[in-house]
Design a protein around this ligand. Structure first.
Ligand SMILES: [Zn+2]
Length: 367
């Protein structure tokens, strides 16, 4: 604080010296009069000209900015932390699979119980703690909030041995400390995926895989003219072109169109997250990564026998080996994309299922 004020004082002096009139008649007069009298007259004269007030406001703004930067609270220092306790305040199940229909159709009772067992858990992996520590340190002070914390956050408590170092609530792109200071972050930070229980990740990937099928239907296929499904030979191309056309923006500053949704984010809709693990930890960061070179492949196939007016339980999309515009029946289905083994299926009415056995596969309606 003292240092900041000193620096601000030096800046004011330098600026005052810089702006003080130099080689003109006023300086000559200044030598002949008492300094204080001169300053007041000059300020008044400057005011009439509208010059000095601007300079003074400018100097004041610089000083205040310097002071505010120097005094802003810093994100919690967890550099000495060796253990992190994570508590999902809404429960781990709703945190990782935020849809009750999805929980019931994709997970067994045992799997739901397993995820629930991580409502509170402890991270001791030092590399993961370092990665999270870096994320937390990147925050910028935003404001001090009053009252209770916003619901839905994840409580993170850091320890060094048995000593509690810091505790704060983590939200999407912000944290709130115990002092109620709010720090803001860029998208995807701080990345809670770093602290996710490893055993839960395959089940979360299953949910995200099913979510891909849902997006392909509701963001792509369902918007076809006349609500007809596209030619099965081109179904992937048709969805890509449709999504590109919906997310394009032309501005008067640029001749070329600007894609609001990157090709990378469209390509990810065709990729099973269980087998194509992103190098970027979180989805938010992955969406920001605008790759120039893409591999267009689809881990999903279409059932050509399914039309919009087919029975609601007819299979529409399902998991298969990588390809593009693949279409066919259960012979293309694969159980190998996921661990535990199985594959996701989307029915004509949007219902999602996770198929674990050949018997279950045969029971589905394909025509
Ligand atoms: Zn999958």
């Amino acid at each position: 604080m003292v240092f900041t004020i000193s620096v601000a004082g030096i800046i004011i002096r330098i600026l005052a010296g810089f702006f003080r009139p130099g080689k003109n008649k006023r300086v000559k007069r200044m030598r002949k009069t008492r300094y204080n009298d001169y300053r007041w007259k000059e300020i008044l004269r400057g005011s009439q000209l509208g010059v000095y007030p601007l300079r003074l406001v400018w100097i004041l703004l610089l000083t205040l900015t310097g002071l505010s930067l120097g005094c802003s609270p810093k994100p919690p220092d967890i550099s000495t932390c060796t253990r992190i306790e994570v508590r999902y305040t809404r429960g781990a199940l709703i945190h990782f699979i935020p849809d009750t229909a999805g929980q019931n159709s994709l997970l067994s009772k045992e799997e739901k119980r397993y995820i629930k067992s991580f409502d509170t858990w402890t991270v001791t992996d030092q590399q993961l703690i370092k990665a999270f520590m870096y994320d937390v340190s990147q925050g910028t002070y935003h404001h001090n909030v009053r009252g209770t914390n916003t619901p839905g956050g994840v409580q993170v408590t850091c320890y060094r041995g048995s000593k509690r170092v810091a505790s704060f609530m983590v939200y999407s792109m912000s944290i709130t400390t115990e002092d109620k200071n709010v720090f803001m972050y860029s998208p995807g930070m701080p990345d809670l995926a770093i602290l996710a229980p490893p055993g839960v990740k395959p089940l979360e990937a299953r949910w995200k895989c099913a979510l891909n099928l849902s997006k392909l239907l509701f963001e792509g296929l369902a918007h076809r003219p006349g609500r007809l499904y596209p030619d099965p030979n081109q179904w992937c191309d048709v969805i890509v072109e449709y999504l590109r056309s919906r997310n394009v923006s032309y501005t008067y500053l640029k001749d070329t169109p600007e894609y609001l949704r990157s090709d990378a984010s469209i390509a990810r809709m065709f990729a099973c997250p269980s087998i194509h693990v992103s190098t970027v930890v979180s989805d938010a960061r992955a969406n920001l990564a605008k790759q120039k070179v893409l591999i267009w492949r689809s881990d999903y196939a279409m059932n050509p026998n399914c039309e919009p007016n087919s029975p609601p339980d007819t299979v529409l999309l399902f998991e298969t080996k990588p390809g593009w515009n693949q279409h066919g029946g259960p012979e293309l289905f694969t159980f190998d994309n996921h661990d535990p083994k199985g594959g996701c299926v989307l029915l004509n009415d949007g219902t999602l299922k996770f198929i674990r056995t050949k018997e279950e596969l045969q029971q589905l309606r394909w025509k």
